[in-house]
Design a protein around this ligand. Structure first.
Ligand code: NAD
Ligand code: UDP
Ligand code: UDP
Length: 319
């Protein structure tokens, strides 16, 4: 049995990861400051005797004894990471230093949740790991993108300088149950709007593309990457290469929910990437991994989750 730490374990991806690691028979230590994560996400794990929770901010040092570390702590949606950009960069950079310092003392393996945002608004399509990206150093997304880029640099340097067993996953857009209902991400926004028959907020003309990976597939990829034998040099893309436009996504969600919602075109946010799609050749070769859940199937499961969540909300006051 391993003792595995998950920073950001009360968040969307982190809570799914904690659940999978427990199911595999590990002890799990969840470390979170509850900025965007919630106790509700991990409530049913609290009864498990192999599950521990620490309320802690990773920008401060942390002394615990664990065998393996998944570093997921960082707000991931544009409205949350832009809420306090300085804290976002600190979380990525100082968080990485502290987690790497911990791994160095313990000689434990450590995985970084990096992001497709390190490619910025890419000129190369689909994105392979050797593409260096096009990131605006001074835009509203920079706190997240540059913070994650610097965190990656720290991981590679701790590997070279201190011989730490590192893994860097570049995660592409992921969706599924337990996404934060108010974090403004496109899948949760569209589903909630469709379920309420409210207008679907489409930014720009909706022709920008994304590639959406169901959370179970993504978490499976993270665990495989952590456990693959030997040294892994450089980052590994994890995501679903099925690319669609944001408009197509809106139309699919309307169809699957049977909604009466109409499309409401809004201005495109600054620096919004035009297109994004992972090349997952490296993950396929190294991890024998590929996503299995089709978009319509994953969306249906996510719709069922939000449907139940909204049903628990108090009814709006009668006018
Ligand atoms: P999330 O916001 O749901 O989870 C992040 C968690 O980190 C939350 O529980 C939050 O409270 C915690 N956290 C934030 N700052 C912290 C701090 N200073 N100290 C301790 N805990 C802190 O986001 P998510 O979607 O679960 O993303 C998890 C990780 O995966 C993030 O690092 C994110 O950058 C990365 N990622 C996610 C996606 C995606 O599509 N969901 C895509 C690319 C990368
Ligand atoms: N650190 C930590 N937990 C540990 C060991 C280190 O949080 O168990 C922090 C420590 O506070 C330091 C950072 O990790 O700021 C980097 O540690 P490292 O040993 O690499 O550097 P140094 O301590 O020499 O600055
Ligand atoms: N988007 C949209 N309507 C929304 C939320 C997002 O059209 O209500 C668009 C957004 O402009 C972007 C895409 O959907 O082009 C994905 O946005 P998200 O914030 O989910 O992720 P990211 O931009 O970080 O990939």
């Amino acid at each position: 049995m391993k003792r595995v730490m998950v920073s950001g374990g009360a968040g969307f991806l982190g809570s799914h990861l904690c659940r999978k690691l427990l199911a595999q028979g590990n002890e799990v230590v969840c470390v979170d400051n509850y900025f965007t994560g919630t106790r509700a996400n991990i409530s049913e794990l609290l009864e498990n005797k192999n599950f521990d929770v620490l309320r802690h901010d990773v920008t401060f040092p942390l002394y615990v004894e664990v065998d393996e570390i998944y570093n997921l702590a960082c707000p991931a949606s544009p409205i949350h990471y832009q809420h306090d950009p300085v804290q976002t960069t600190k979380t990525s950079v100082m968080g990485a230093i502290n987690m790497l310092g911990l791994a160095k003392r313990l000689r434990s393996r450590i995985l970084q949740a990096s992001t497709s945002e390190v490619y910025g608004d890419p000129e190369v399509h689909p994105q392979r790991e050797d593409y260096r990206g096009l990131v605006n150093i001074n835009g509203p997304r920079a706190c997240y993108d540059e913070g994650k880029r610097c965190a990656e640099t720290l991981f590679y340097d701790y590997q070279r300088q201190h011989g730490i067993g590192i893994r860097v996953a570049r995660i592409f857009n992921t969706y599924g149950p337990r996404m934060h209902p108010q974090d403004g991400r496109v899948v949760s926004n569209f589903i909630i709007q469709a379920l309420r028959n409210e207008p679907i907020t489409l930014y720009g003309d909706g022709s920008q593309t994304r590639s959406f990976c169901y959370v179970d597939d993504l978490v499976d990829g993270l665990v495989r990457l952590m456990n693959v034998d030997g040294d892994v040099i450089g980052p590994v893309n994890l995501g679903n290469p099925h690319e669609i436009s944001v408009r197509e996504l809106a139309e699919t969600v309307i169809e699957l929910t049977g909604s009466r919602s109409v499309l409401d075109f809004r201005p495109l946010p600054a620096d919004d990437p035009r297109q994004r799609c992972p090349d997952i050749g490296r993950a396929s070769e190294l991890l024998h991994w590929k996503p299995r859940v089709e978009l319509r199937d994953g969306l249906s499961r996510t719709i069922a989750y939000f449907d139940e969540l909204l049903a628990r909300e108090p009814a709006p006051p009668q006018s």
